[in-house]
Design a protein around this ligand. Structure first.
Ligand SMILES: [Cu+2]
Length: 156
């Protein structure tokens, strides 16, 4: 090996190492919309009153087991989740409960399932099921580290 190819090979090695490290940092530090690691049980309380749900939007990670406690503060309300086709209902003092695994990505409307007044059709909330980004990032970081190690080994 001439001195120049030796130099070139060492430079490539440093570059590969640097790029790998940078990618690992990007994978780990990019802004996280949700800080939850593995799929977990999420207990959510949603309050229903004419003619809204509070909170109106709930976010979970795909794979989470979601338990919704529905409370009503005025009349009988229902909660039906589009796409998951499940429902519960509640009246004051008698909360409803719903449990499911959020196994589908996307945004799903949930709506009141029991006529509760003139604005009942507009009583709608949103369930957002996102990918488990923390988990994906951990996997990506591990793969990159493994790839970096392989490159270093192959170059040595
Ligand atoms: Cu209603």
């Amino acid at each position: 090996m001439t001195r120049i190819t030796q130099y070139a090979s060492r430079t490539t090695q440093w570059l590969a190492g640097g790029v790998t490290l940078a990618l690992v940092f990007v994978a780990l530090l990019a802004p996280l919309p949700a800080l939850n690691a593995a799929p977990q049980e999420r207990q959510l309380t949603i309050n229903a009153s004419r003619f809204a749900f509070e909170p109106g939007t709930v976010r979970v990670n795909r794979g989470d087991t979601v338990v919704i406690n529905l409370e009503s503060s005025d009349v009988v309300h229902g909660l039906y989740i589009d796409g998951y086709e499940i429902r519960t209902q509640a009246e004051p003092g008698q909360p409803g409960r719903l449990s499911f695994v959020a196994d589908r990505d996307g945004a799903f409307h949930f709506r009141c399932a029991i006529p509760c007044g003139n604005l009942h059709p507009f009583m709608i909330g949103k369930l957002v099921v996102g990918p488990n980004l923390t988990w994906l990032r951990a996997v990506a970081a591990s793969l990159l580290v493994a790839a970096g190690a392989l490159v270093a080994f192959w170059r040595a």
